[in-house]
Every structure is written in structure tokens, then in C-alpha cells.
Design a protein around this ligand. Structure first.
Ligand SMILES: [Zn+2]
Ligand SMILES: [Zn+2]
Length: 287
């Protein structure tokens, strides 16, 4: 965990500085602490990172005690373990991500990540806790139970952190033909695009290969989206509790509520339609 935190802290600082020096994707967007919702993103990180990974370890240890002899991967060479972990995890994340966009119920959870309209490296962290639980238990816990070496998980997680910060950072990087192999900031910004032509594409995590193979890649060479987020949800709450609670609503319900508060973007949009005044106050307190 200490290694991952060090990689995260150092990379975050580097990407934040690069966001100040390099050509931004969205020139008028705020970055860092000036961006609405950055505090909520940090809170997501604390809960989903150290909090959940501790829980995953406990669950895996519990399963190991009850399923003796299941640690089949423990005898493998560490390079083979890494290759298996990398490929299975990356392919699993591709399909899981696709599912988040195609299932109405799962979309409500994943919508929180897409709600950001001023994206920067820290936006990587805006993940609903249920999404983090699903990812940890569906993809990571089985490997822990199979006895994969801790160094494999740490190495993969470090690559994943740096990749995630880069994918969301507000600066332009073009890496040419590498877009056919790895998922890049160019591709991921299109995944966050409001425009229809980009937003159901580029589901890959580290490899973009899956998108090219399964026909979901979108790469308009040299172009970047002008606007990101979810159409009609530009006023999505920047507060942590609101973001967690937002999964109670469908897209249509949410759009209707957000529209009412369109002139007050900082005020909580998730008031129940029947009593908007009272609910708004209550949620303001919670936030
Ligand atoms: Zn997505
Ligand atoms: Zn993203």
C-alpha cells in the first residue's frame, strides 16, 4: 500500500504540473483544488482505495481459510502470474466497463464517474463506492484467492494508477500508432465526450486492443472533444454524499431535477420532486 501511495502522490503532482504547462484539452476548465468537486474526488479515493482494499484482503483471507489448496497460482513464476493477471484483468475490465454503459442499473453507478465536466487527473478517482466494490470483488479477489503474488498486484496497480491519472489529465498528448495497442488519453477523453459519436466507445483499461478487436474503438486522429460529461447533467452535484445518492434516480429523473436548479449549480440537485426546498436544505448539511 505504501508503494502505491508513493506512486500515486508523485504521479499526481507530476500530472498536475503538466496540466499547467502543456496545451489543455479544455482551456477554460479549472484544474486541481479550483475545480468543483475535487474534495469529493479525494473522498472517493480514500474510501475506495485504502478502505476497500483492506476489506478485499479480509474477504480473500476468509475465503482462503475455507477453500484450502486453492492457491494454484502461488507455484507459478512471477512473470507468468503477471501475464495472466494482466490479460484476464484487462479483458474483464473491458467487458465490465461495456456492461456499465449498456445496463441501465449499472449505468447509474458508473454515471458518477462520467458526471465531471471539468476533467483533470484527479477525476480518475470519482468512482462510486459500489463500482469500486464490484471491481475489487469481481476482478481482484479471485486472484488473491488463487494465490497470486502480492508484487504482481502492486505492479499492476501502480501501472493502473499512472495510466488513470494520464487518461483524465487536462492536457493533450498524442502517441500515434500506440493508440492501436494501449488505451490513451486521446481515446479516454472521447469516452467522456458529451457528443454521441464518442461516448459509447473506448472501454479498454490499459489495452485498447480489446476495443479494436470488438469494434468499439473510436479515434478521430488529431481531434479532441469540446465538451465532456453527460448531456443534460452539467449541474451534477460536486458533493460526495449527493454523488453516492444519485444512483436512486434514472437519467430522466435526474435531468428533470438538475434542470430545476440550473441557475444554482452549487446547490444540491437531488431534492425529491415533491419537496425540493426541504430536501435541498437537508442535503446541503450532509454535504
Ligand atoms: Zn465509462
Ligand atoms: Zn474516465
Amino acid at each position: 500500500m505504501r508503494i502505491m501511495l508513493a506512486v500515486f502522490g508523485t504521479s499526481l503532482l507530476v500530472f498536475h504540473l503538466l496540466e499547467r504547462w502543456l496545451t489543455p484539452v479544455l482551456p477554460d476548465a479549472h484544474t486541481g483544488p479550483r475545480r468543483a468537486g475535487w474534495r469529493a474526488d479525494l473522498l472517493h479515493a480514500l474510501v475506495n482505495g485504502p478502505g476497500l482494499s483492506a476489506l478485499t484482503k479480509v474477504a480473500a483471507a476468509w475465503a482462503l481459510l475455507r477453500l484450502p489448496g486453492v492457491s494454484v497460482m502461488a507455484g507459478w513464476h512471477v512473470a507468468a502470474q503477471f501475464a495472466a493477471y494482466f490479460i484476464v484483468n484487462d479483458l474483464g475490465r473491458y467487458w465490465l466497463h461495456r456492461l456499465y454503459h449498456y445496463s441501465d442499473l449499472l449505468w447509474r453507478i458508473h454515471r458518477v464517474h462520467h458526471s465531471t465536466v471539468e476533467m483533470d487527473s484527479l477525476s480518475l478517482l470519482r468512482i462510486h463506492v459500489l463500482e469500486a466494490v464490484i471491481k475489487n470483488f469481481a476482478l481482484s479477489a479471485p486472484f488473491a484467492i488463487l494465490g497470486v503474488d502480492r508484487s504482481v498486484i502492486i505492479a499492476y496497480s501502480c501501472i493502473d494508477i499512472v495510466k488513470g491519472l494520464w487518461h483524465h489529465a487536462n492536457f493533450r498528448t498524442s502517441v500515434g500508432w500506440l493508440n492501436y495497442l494501449i488505451n490513451t488519453a486521446e481515446l479516454h477523453w472521447w469516452h467522456h465526450s458529451v457528443e454521441r459519436r464518442g461516448h459509447r466507445s473506448n472501454y479498454g483499461s490499459i489495452l485498447s486492443l480489446w476495443d479494436w478487436v470488438f469494434g468499439t474503438a473510436y479515434w478521430p486522429k488529431g481531434e479532441w472533444p469540446d465538451q465532456i460529461g453527460v448531456k443534460g447533467m452539467e449541474n451534477f452535484s460536486p458533493h460526495y454524499v449527493d454523488q453516492l445518492m444519485s444512483i436512486r434516480y434514472t437519467d430522466a429523473e435526474l435531468r428533470e431535477m438538475l434542470d430545476k436548479d440550473a441557475d444554482e449549480p452549487e446547490i444540491l440537485p437531488f431534492a425529491a420532486p415533491a419537496a425540493p426546498q426541504r430536501q435541498t436544505k437537508a442535503t446541503r448539511k450532509a454535504a
